[in-house]
Write a protein that binds this ligand. Structure first.
Ligand SMILES: [Fe+2]
Ligand SMILES: [Fe+2]
Length: 158
């Protein structure tokens, strides 16, 4: 494969854009009244279930190659395990939010707000870990062949 732009830069651009959006959403969750947030469940869920889920799949391909091929320090290894586990936990959070939004009983409204609040806090920390570990390693230590492998795997997603 012969792209001009590194696949890491492409995933990182999306990572940057979604991280900015999470920061905005986090501010909205903390500032808005419950009713305002609940009027926008569809766009919030669209962002989580489509954009973030796809982004996680791409990052998982990057993580797979880093774990297999790069000699990691104990701390890097630990953080990468956390990042990977967090992707799984976020998917469960998104499913729960989707379930609640599909049947928004009055007693569940507070749950929706609470989970959104919690998810956007966790996503902010998650993105910082990724900046410092998987993107740094991806940019500095992967060779052409490894990048091509990631690009190929990602082209099969979505
Ligand atoms: Fe990310
Ligand atoms: Fe991620």
């Amino acid at each position: 494969m012969t792209s001009n732009k590194s696949i890491i830069e492409i995933i990182f651009n999306t990572h940057h854009v979604v991280s900015e959006k999470v920061i905005m959403l986090r501010a909205i969750v903390k500032r808005y009244s419950a009713e305002n947030l609940l009027e926008n469940t569809e766009s919030i869920l669209n962002f989580f279930n489509k954009i973030l889920v796809e982004h996680f799949k791409k990052e998982d391909e990057l993580i797979k190659v880093i774990r297999r091929d790069i000699k990691l320090t104990d701390i890097e290894s630990k953080i990468i395990s956390e990042i990977s586990e967090e992707h799984t936990i976020f998917l469960k959070d998104f499913s729960r939010l989707t379930e609640i939004a599909g049947n928004l009983k009055p007693e569940l409204k507070e749950d929706f707000i609470e989970i959104c609040n919690n998810v956007t806090d966790k996503l902010t920390i998650h993105a910082e870990k990724e900046d410092n570990v998987i993107y740094r390693i991806g940019k500095e230590q992967l060779n052409r062949q490894q990048l091509d492998e990631i690009e190929d795997a990602i082209s099969k997603i979505a």
